[in-house]
Design a protein around this ligand. Structure first.
Ligand code: NI
Ligand code: MN
Length: 225
């Protein structure tokens, strides 16, 4: 079945095959580039890279409304449990959890993770195996050389990389990251949502990698290998 990848702005993506629908880093409320409200979203699963509001703020509402299974760091799942959401799959970098659509693995990310002043565990990237497709969502992170090894091990078809600088990578550093990972397609994210992370997306130009610039609301069909 066709797998559709939809971008909702900042680092929020949805992967949907008509049966399972995975939402990553939901951020609609207070997102200046959002095209819909959190209440408009339906999904079966949610994956969270880290606890910062621009990745996590709408998770509780959407998870509860949809009774969605949440994949996230141990501390984030504890927080959701305390808020009354029981359906959680906690993990930590290095771990892989099987899911009805495939699996989610947590990778390292060089960043921080807190929500409303609460420590939210290790920040993560995500390797999403969905049907036959492999998607690497890097979360918020600096570039690190192990990205090359992640590319070799997981062989992602597509890499979703933050390019907005200041909190993550510059477009040039993200270009180096994309080349190390080696996924044939790279999608820039985490830029131009607010002035502090405004960059010219044309600066993201990894060699021999197709750059797919998605605007909020854009969808693309992923081919299954
Ligand atoms: Ni962050
Ligand atoms: Mn962020």
């Amino acid at each position: 079945m066709a797998i559709t990848l939809t971008f909702y702005g900042q680092s929020c993506f949805q992967i949907d095959d008509g049966t399972n629908c995975l939402l990553i880093d939901p951020f609609f409320t207070d997102n200046p580039v959002a095209i819909c409200a959190a209440s408009d979203i339906t999904c079966t699963h949610i994956a969270i890279t880290h606890g910062h509001f621009d990745h996590f703020a709408d998770c509780e509402q959407i998870a509860k409304k949809n009774d969605a299974t949440v994949f996230a760091a141990f501390e984030i799942c504890n927080y959701l449990q305390e808020q009354g959401h029981e359906n959680n799959e906690p993990g930590n970098p290095g771990g892989r959890i099987e899911a009805p659509f495939g699996a989610i693995s947590f990778t390292p990310a060089i960043h921080s993770s807190s929500y409303k002043g609460i420590y939210m565990g290790m920040p993560c990237g995500l390797i999403v195996e969905f049907g036959g497709a492999v998607i690497y969502h890097a979360g918020d992170t600096a570039m690190f050389s192990d990205m090359e090894m992640l590319g070799q091990i997981y062989q992602p078809d597509i890499a979703l990389l933050p390019i907005g600088d200041r909190f993550t990578m510059s477009p040039e550093m993200a270009g180096v990251a994309a080349e190390m990972i080696g996924a044939p397609t790279a999608v820039p994210m985490h830029y131009n949502t607010w002035p502090p992370i405004e960059v010219d997306v044309a600066r993201f130009a990894p060699k021999d990698i197709d750059v797919l610039v998605m605007l909020p609301g854009d969808s693309v069909e992923l081919s299954e290998e």
